[in-house]
Design a protein around this ligand. Structure first.
Ligand code: SF4
Length: 577
């Protein structure tokens, strides 16, 4: 399917790339660079080719009115047209066959498109490619086909409703069409995303993002968060790290889900420290099991169940391997048997894949897994939003490398394991099987290291210098500094205690208006009780002539009576004036 690149003609490949990343669509549409072929994409392409060959052979066997696509055959009403390279209105798309379904408006025939794919399950990208074919057919036959077909690897035909997709196709085409102007536009900026591991431009984009210390280097960064930080003038991970300010812990509601804070993650990377938001709850046992399952999600096939058993100091790795899907049940039963040898041991795993695989296998093979389910401990839930390691991703691979784990194959990853499995299936080379078993054992070892680290953080976080708390950072200071910190802590604590309301309050105006008479308001330090003014009485007391203590002794007369003004008594006040 080689093709010449016309910058004005938009290919379906660019449209489906746009759904993952506008930058990839730009590079495919506006440049001749095709990047470095990705192993996984190459394998899916190979599978699609093999599937296509057998599908076409079947079509030619079962149809009499069939030929390769060409303009004449298209308008003459041949029932099946194969390998159709369609082009109209500056859009080009390929489909494996067009099957006649009747008449379309003025056009004598209407066709429905079919694409053969290299997977067992349908993907959004494949539906989008089929919709682009439908869009081009609309230009050629006057009306878009309402449905299209995708043939998966198991030979099944999936009929898909294309009507809701045409709006998306039109808006993507409009956007890509806008790039063809003169002078040529700059490519959209690098925003690393979930599609990057599958993309042929991965190396170039990763390098650019590294050089720019781009925010998208953080795995959990979303395009929405990037836009929010850009609007605040934050463009790098280092800048982001300065946004975090430790705060006193607020009282949390009981069932609040854990929240991942990108600013703490950036801070952890800048300082090289581990930050604890919630102390992990890992309890060590004498016997522990570490579980890692390798599978092909596209086929829901678990082909390798790895179990690392730590019994006190002895560590052994058990690998239950299935050559084919028929052997899946036997490796499942072997795993159950092994796990039941240690009925009290917790089973550590990382992420939700193992839980889903266990539930699916138990359902398919009718196994009661209650005791296994109760012992599963997902380490991801102990780390997510609770412990921030100074790394950009929260994958087991990245944590493991940080904690000292190593992998024999430098490119080992979940995606690469699919490539190895495919190659083993193709050639049955022992090298790939060995790679997969080593990768699984090394993953289990990384799980063990992570468990040990989390258990250590639970008990020894205070003593470790490279560990800090998010809400109450450790105060590493001189003795004088420590004294000051303690004093200030007291001030803060008592200030909080004596200030039950969290705001500043003003006395309502009405209080001041109601106040009568002189003096400050009650409660103010200038307040003092004033004696009510009423009718006053002058009391005169004549001086004593004899001393009350010394009988018979005369006192010297002062010459005048003693006088005192007293407030009026109730009787006096009631007396008419
Ligand atoms: S590597 Fe990632 S950012 Fe770069 S073009 Fe591909 S998907 Fe887009």
């Amino acid at each position: 399917m080689s093709r010449t690149i016309h910058t004005n003609v938009i290919h379906a490949e660019a449209v489906s790339a746009y759904s993952h990343c506008p930058r990839k669509a730009f590079l495919l549409h506006c440049t001749e660079d095709r990047g470095t072929p990705n192993d996984y994409a190459y394998i899916i392409g190979n599978r699609a080719s093999a599937n296509r060959a057998s599908h076409l052979a079947h079509l030619y066997r079962t149809n009499t009115s069939i030929c390769s696509y060409n303009d004449r055959a298209f308008s003459s009403g041949i029932a099946v047209l194969t390998e159709a390279n369609l082009e109209a209105a500056n859009v080009a798309a390929y489909c494996d066959n067009l099957r006649i379904i009747g008449q379309s408006g003025d056009h004598p025939v209407a066709y429905e498109p079919t694409i053969v794919v290299g997977t067992y399950r349908l993907e959004k990208e494949q539906i989008l490619s089929l919709s682009v074919v439908g869009y081009v057919l609309e230009q050629l036959q006057g009306r878009p086909p309402a449905t299209g077909c995708l043939i998966t690897l198991d030979g099944e035909c999936h009929r898909v409703n294309l009507q809701p997709m045409y709006k998306t196709v039109s808006s993507i085409l409009e956007c890509i069409g806008g790039w063809c102007g003169d002078p040529p536009m700059q490519p959209p900026p690098v925003v690393l995303n979930k599609h990057c591991p599958y993309c042929s431009f991965k190396n170039v984009c990763s390098q650019q993002a590294e050089e720019a210390d781009d925010l998208s280097l953080l795995d959990r960064m979303t395009p929405k968060a990037i836009r929010r930080y850009h609007s605040k003038g934050i463009f790098t991970v280092k800048q982001l790290s300065f946004l975090f300010k430790p705060r006193w812990r607020r009282r949390r509601r009981a069932a609040q889900p854990p929240h991942f804070d990108l600013e703490i993650q950036a801070l952890a990377i800048r300082t090289g420290k581990i930050y604890i938001q919630t102390v992990p709850e890992i309890q060590r046992s004498d016997v522990e099991l570490f579980l890692d399952i390798e599978g092909v999600p596209d086929q829901q096939f678990s082909y390798l169940i790895g179990l690392l058993v730590r019994d006190c100091e002895a560590v052994t790795h058990c690998a239950f391997w299935a050559d084919t899907m028929k052997e899946e049940e036997s490796i499942w039963r072997m795993f159950i048997e092994k796990a039941e040898e240690y009925p009290d041991a917790p089973i550590y795993h990382y992420g939700s894949y193992e839980v889903r695989a266990i539930e699916s296998l138990a359902k398919r093979f009718g196994t009661d897994v209650t005791c296994i389910r109760e012992r599963l401990v997902n380490l991801n839930s102990q780390v997510y939003g609770a412990v921030y390691f100074p790394v950009r991703s929260d994958s087991l691979n990245v944590f493991g490398k940080f904690l000292g784990a190593s992998w024999t194959a430098p490119d080992a990853s979940g995606l690469q394991s699919l490539v190895w499995r495919y190659r083993w299936e193709m050639a049955s080379e022992a090298e790939y099987k060995q790679k997969l078993i080593s990768y699984n054992a090394e993953d289990c070892q990384a799980l063990r290291l992570l468990t040990e680290k989390l258990a250590t953080l639970r008990t020894d976080a205070d003593a470790e210098l490279n560990v800090d708390y998010v809400d109450q950072p450790k105060q590493n200071a001189t003795s004088l500094g420590t004294e000051l910190h303690v004093a200030l802590d007291h001030v803060i604590r008592y200030a909080s205690l004596n200030y039950p309301k969290s705001g500043i309050f003003f006395r309502p105006k009405t209080d001041a208006a109601k106040k009568k008479g002189p003096g400050a308001l009650k409660g103010h330090q200038a307040y003092q009780r004033t004696v009510p003014v009423g009718r006053r009485t002058m009391i005169r007391v004549a001086p004593k002539r004899n001393c009350p203590k010394h009988k018979g002794q005369r006192l010297q007369a002062p010459g005048k009576d003693a006088e005192k003004v007293s407030p009026s008594t109730t009787a006096e006040r009631n007396r008419p004036s």
